[in-house]
Design a protein around this ligand. Sequence first.
Ligand code: PGA
Length: 255
Amino acid sequence: MVRRPIVVANWKMNKTIPEALQFAGDLRKSLKETGREGVDIVLAPPFTALKAVFDSVAGDTIDLAAQDLFWEERGAYTGEISAAMLSDIGCKYVIIGHSERRQYFGETDEGVNKKINRALYHNLTPIFCIGETLRQREEGATFKMIRGQVEKGLDGLSEGAMSSVVMAYEPVWAIGTGKTATPGQAEEVQGYIRAVLRESYGREVFDSVRILYGGSVTPENIGSLMKEPDIDGALVGGASLQVDSFVKIIKGGII
Ligand code: PGA
């Protein structure tokens, strides 16, 4: 099965509204010149810039992702943003379980599971992030960790619901460090993720689910990563902050 590639710009806590709009305008211009057929493009600005970016790219088939949400429907949760609020302003995707949220904000697999369920309830596509730390890799615990995160994060999800989830493998030791996993290292884990999904969901999900790689993706390494059979796109942090490098990654994502 041919899975459509997808490239996601995770801006993290970067860009004010004017900066985000500048980027969106330059990106549209650049894509008009070079073309972008064959790849899904997603921008994940901070919450404050989501609506402005949505209005700016509307009609250009560039989709929006939020970087997180809270699992409750509404209520007294100061500082939180709900799934309904995100779909309200045009988000199609939401990143869930990013390692920075697990590391700095106490996100657990159980919380991730609730967030995935709430996102799906509002027709948002979760981009579900998983990955091992350097220590876990060195201790030979990578596959065990990955299996645990997949099984707990997706606990109770039906096959139909799973077919709307995008997976993202992001080894924690590769995020923002300049140490990309080699294509072989990424493929080994991503093939494993697909195999774990097959145990619970069967052949169709196994074939169709898109699995992104994230962690120091650059215009230089995207080509060799995308050659791997189980890498269907990229979740890009640092190199997504400049239009030039992001567009080169989009081009590299078209195979
Ligand atoms: P990076 O971040 O590309 O800067 O390593 C990736 C991510 O955290 O999604």
